[in-house]
Design a protein around this ligand. Structure first.
Ligand code: HEM
Length: 478
C-alpha cells in the first residue's frame, strides 16, 4: 500500500533492517532472510492466513496488531502472551489489559499449524506475531516495513508484568510515557504507535470512567467533545450492563489504517482517555499529533520505524528460548540432546569401532536411524524417552537408566559402569534405583542438591558487588 513517495522510504527501512545486524553484529542476529533456506514461504503463509481472517472479520487486523504490542511490552517480543496456564505457567491472557479483550489467538494458532505443516518447528510464534502485525497494518491500508526475523519463543509468561507494563486507558500522560520509556521507546514512538487506534474497537468498560466520573467528582471528562460524549453515553451506560459493548476507536474511518485518528484527537474526539491526553497534556506530543494529522506519509514513515523498534524489544535469539510446536503450549522443561553429543557411544565407544554395549541395543538401533555415522550432527533427541514425558520434570529419566536407555554416556554410567565397581558406583546405582522407584524421594533430594549447588563459593557481605547491568561489572561501560 506504500505509494510512490514511500518507495524510497521502504527501501531505506529495508536497508536499516539489514544494516542493523551488520553494525551491531555481536548483539543482533535478526534478519529478514532468517528463514530463507529453512522456510522460504514463511512470510507468504502468514500473509495468506491473516488476509483470510481479515476477510472474515475486518476487526481481526486490529486485534492481531495489538497482540504484538501486548507481547513485546511483557518481557520482550517472545510470544509469552500466547501461552496458556499450566502447573508452571500463569497465562498472561488473564491480565487486566488482556482479559475479555485481547483477541486473535485462534488466527495465530492457524498460522502456526500451516507453518508446522510446511516446515516443522522452524518458525517461532514470536516471529509470527511480528509478521501478522505487519500484514494486518498493510492489508488495512497502512505502511509496509521489512520485518527482521529470528526471534525465539519464551518458556514462560508473566501475568504480573502484563498487568504492570501495559498502559491502561485511564493512565495519565506521564504513566504512558514512563511505561514506553521503560521499553526503550520515546515520545515520538508513543504518539506514532498510538496511531494504531486508527483501527479496531474498545469496550464500554474502557471508556466509562471518562463518560461519567473522570476524576471521582461524578463529572465527565470535559476534554471530550460534548455531542460525541452524549452519543457514547447513549450506548454505554454507567450501570455495568453494557461493559462488553464495543465502540470504534476511530469514529470516522474505523477499518482503514490512516491518519484520521490524529485529526479526531484535534477535534476532541479521541475515544480513550489515553488517546486524548496526547493533545491535552503535553506540548511535544501535541506537536507530533498535529504533524501526523497534517501529513499521512510522515505518519506512515514514523509508524513503520516505531514498529520495528518495538518489535526488537528484548528478543530471544540464538540458543535462548525455544521454537514452540504449538503457540499456546507449555514450554519445554527438559532439553533435547544433539546427535553429535552421543554419536561416540553408537559407533565407537572406546576407539575399537564398537558401540557402547551398556546401551540397550534396540534403543541404539533406533537412535542410529536418525544419528548416522556421518552427518546429522544437529538432529535432536529427547533425553527422556521411557514414558515419553520429555516435557515433564519427573523421575522417568532414572527409569530409562534402569533399562539401559540413558541417552548420554554420562547418564548411563550412573547405573552401569565397566570394570570394577567402586563404593561410589554402588552408591550411585542405589540412588538411581531409589529415584526410579519413588518420584517424591527424587524431588526431595533434587531440591536439597539444588540448594547445595546454589551455595557454592558465593560472595556475600562486602565481597563482590551488585551489578547494575548483569552483563557488565560496575564502572566498566566499555
Ligand atoms: C499508548 C498506550 C496505549 C493504551 C493505554 C492502549 C489502550 C487500549 C485499550 C484500552 C484498547 C481497547 C481494549 C478494550 O476495550 O477491550 C485498545 C485497543 C487497541 N490497541 Fe491500544 N493502547 C495503547 C497503545 C497501543 C499500541 C502501542 C498499539 C499497537 C502498536 C495499540 C493497538 C491497539 C489496537 C489495534 C486496538 C484495537 C484492538 C481490537 O479491536 O481488537 N495500542 N488499546
Amino acid at each position: 500500500m506504500a505509494d510512490n513517495s514511500n518507495i524510497r522510504f521502504v527501501l531505506f527501512l529495508a536497508l536499516l533492517a539489514y544494516a542493523a545486524p551488520l553494525c551491531f553484529s555481536k548483539k543482533s542476529t535478526l534478519s529478514p532472510y532468517f528463514y530463507k533456506d529453512t522456510c522460504p514461504n514463511a512470510t507468504a503463509i502468514v500473509k495468506r492466513v491473516v488476509e483470510k481472517a481479515i476477510e472474515k472479520d475486518t476487526r481481526m487486523a486490529a486485534s492481531l496488531l495489538r497482540l504484538h504490542f501486548h507481547d513485546c511490552f511483557v518481557k520482550g517480543c517472545d510470544a509469552s502472551i500466547l501461552l496458556d496456564s499450566t502447573k508452571n505457567i500463569t497465562s498472561e491472557k488473564g491480565s487486566n489489559p488482556n482479559r475479555n479483550s485481547a483477541r486473535g489467538f485462534e488466527v495465530i494458532d492457524e498460522i502456526k499449524s500451516a507453518l508446522e505443516e510446511a516446515c516443522p518447528q522452524v518458525v517461532s510464534c514470536a516471529d509470527i506475531l511480528a509478521l501478522a502485525a505487519r500484514e494486518s497494518t498493510n492489508s488495512s491500508g497502512g505502511p509496509y516495513w521489512e520485518v527482521a526475523l529470528g526471534r525465539r519463543d519464551s518458556i514462560n509468561a508473566s501475568l504480573i508484568k502484563s498487568n504492570k507494563n501495559i498502559p491502561a486507558p485511564n493512565s495519565t500522560f506521564k504513566t504512558i510515557f514512563d511505561k514506553f520509556t521503560e521499553q526503550g521507546l520515546n515520545i515520538t514512538d508513543v504518539v506514532a504507535l498510538s496511531g494504531s487506534h486508527t483501527i479496531g474497537k474498545a469496550r464500554c468498560a474502557s471508556i466509562k470512567q471518562r463518560l461519567y466520573n473522570q476524576t471521582g467528582d461524578s463529572k465527565p471528562d470535559l476534554t471530550l467533545d460534548k455531542s460525541y460524549a452524549d452519543q457514547l453515553r447513549a450506548k454505554c451506560s454507567n450501570s455495568g450492563k453494557d461493559d462488553q459493548k464495543v465502540f470504534d476507536l476511530d469514529n470516522s474511518t474505523p477499518t482503514t489504517f490512516d491518519n484520521r485518528y490524529f485529526k479526531n484527537l484535534l477535534d476532541h474526539k479521541g475515544l480513550l482517555n489515553s488517546d486524548q491526553v496526547l493533545v491535552t497534556k503535553n506540548n511535544e506530543s501535541l506537536a507530533l499529533v498535529k504533524k501526523y494529522a497534517d501529513d499521512n506519509a510522515c505518519f506512515f514513515e514514523q509508524f513503520a520505524i516505531s514498529m520495528i523498534k518495538m518489535g526488537n524489544i528484548n528478543v530471544l535469539k540464538g540458543s535462548h528460548g525455544e521454537i514452540r510446536k504449538q503457540c499456546n503450549k507449555e514450554a519445554r522443561l527438559i532439553k533435547n540432546a544433539r546427535c553429535v553429543t552421543f554419536k561416540q557411544r553408537l559407533y565407537n565407544q572406546s576407539g575399537d569401532s564398537k558401540p557402547d554395549l551398556t546401551l540397550n541395543q534396540s534403543y541404539a538401533d533406533q537412535l542410529r536411524t536418525r544419528c548416522p555415522r556421518s552427518g546429522g550432527d544437529n538432529n535432536l533427541f529427547n533425553l527422556d524417552i521411557y514414558n515419553y514425558t520429555p516435557k515433564k520434570f519427573d523421575n522417568s529419566y532414572f527409569k530409562n537408566l534402569l533399562k539401559n536407555k540413558g541417552l548420554l554416556s554420562s547418564d548411563q554410567v550412573l547405573w552401569t559402569k565397566n570394570g570394577t565397581k567402586t563404593k561410589n558406583d554402588k552408591k550411585s546405582q542405589e540412588l538411581v534405583s531409589k529415584c526410579a522407584d519413588d518420584n517424591d524421594c527424587f524431588f526431595e533430594q533434587f531440591a536439597i542438591s539444588m540448594v547445595k549447588m546454589g551455595n557454592i563459593k558465593v560472595l556475600t557481605g562486602s565481597d563482590g558487588e551488585i551489578r547494575k547491568d548483569c552483563r557488565k561489572i560496575n564502572g566498566n561501560d566499555a
